[in-house]
Design a protein around this ligand. Sequence first.
Ligand SMILES: Nc1ncnc2c1ncn2[C@@H]1O[C@H](COP(=O)(O)OP(=O)(O)OP(=O)(O)O)[C@@H](O)[C@H]1O
Ligand SMILES: [Mg+2]
Length: 365
Amino acid sequence: MTSDTTDAFVAFDSVQKSYDGETLVVKDLNLSIGKGEFLTMLGPSGSGKTTCLMMLAGFETATHGEITLDGKPINNIPPHKRGIGMVFQNYALFPHMTVAENLAFPLEVRKIGRSEREEKIARALDMVQMGAFGGRRPAQLSGGQQQRIALARALVFEPELVLMDEPLGALDKQLRETLQFEITNLAHELGITTVYVTHDQTEALTMSDRVAVFDDGRIQQLAAPDQLYEQPQNSFVAQFIGENNTLMGTVSKIEGGVAEVTLDDGEVIDTVPVNVSQVGERTLVSIRPERVEFNKDRLHPDAHTLKAEVKEFIYMGDIYRTRLSVAGNEDFIIKTRNAPDQRRLKPGEMIEIGWRPEDCRALDA
Ligand SMILES: Nc1ncnc2c1ncn2[C@@H]1O[C@H](COP(=O)(O)OP(=O)(O)OP(=O)(O)O)[C@@H](O)[C@H]1O
Ligand SMILES: [Mg+2]
């Protein structure tokens, strides 16, 4: 789901943020989020994700630029009218209230009657698998349980906009996966617009309509999960999202949407020119491990092949992960599905590998 600024529910317009008046931790952020969209901000620690969320929540002000909610500047909307549900990194529950009272609070503020309130509280607690804990105080819960209550409290009043900062960070894998599914389902069912922050890329890819990859205070790429993974726009995104093989080379020809790259060991391959434009430019060529083929009968007819030496074979259950030495790269990984007819490669073996030219992208070096 994409939207332009005109029908954006949330919009950041040339937003900059500095805490000390010198360093910009958010640099010229432009971002439009559509109504009902689930957008995730993904990026390394310190890249400015929480800062963006805090500005959107109204706890920090932008140093420059403007943030609008439903077309209105956020500063002009009083906090109680913002209709924003929040789960922050340090989930602050009201310590003197029970779990049920914590959840009742946002409903009371909104003047929701008792029976409806109880219904909504029960549903929200069930969602986070905490139905039996309504009478406890936060101090009597584990960190992960508190986090789940904070999540329930943010969703219980069915807000129009929910901001979540690493809401599943303290949970084990199984519960995290259950809740990922529950959160996205609920958000889509209720038409809630969600801005979600994580540094877990799998979480970002599985939950989101679109993902904004942050680095150094800037959005490096904003795209749907499949596009982000399959068509990274620069080498940061290619390396940050998923596993990625890289080969260094120099552009030797650009013609008809194909960049011919001479790799540093002299091999010549065809690539998609993503952010190279001139002959002589250095480039980092990127190929996903699951797009590399070594079975001759499965190779695409246009596939270019390179010689490779098998260094290591790792059995991972559902897949085989094999490390190769290719064109000077000793860490070239291929992943193959564990199928009955799939051959297990042996260290020391010499093979030919190949891929479709469109799966091989020439990025900035
Ligand atoms: N209140 C503050 N005062 C001064 N500097 C701050 C403040 N909050 C954050 N920063 C700085 O701003 C930068 C961005 O921080 P931010 O919390 O937005 O990162 P983040 O992407 O959320 O990181 P993480 O994944 O670790 O939570 C960091 O360099 C951080 O040190
Ligand atoms: Mg943060």
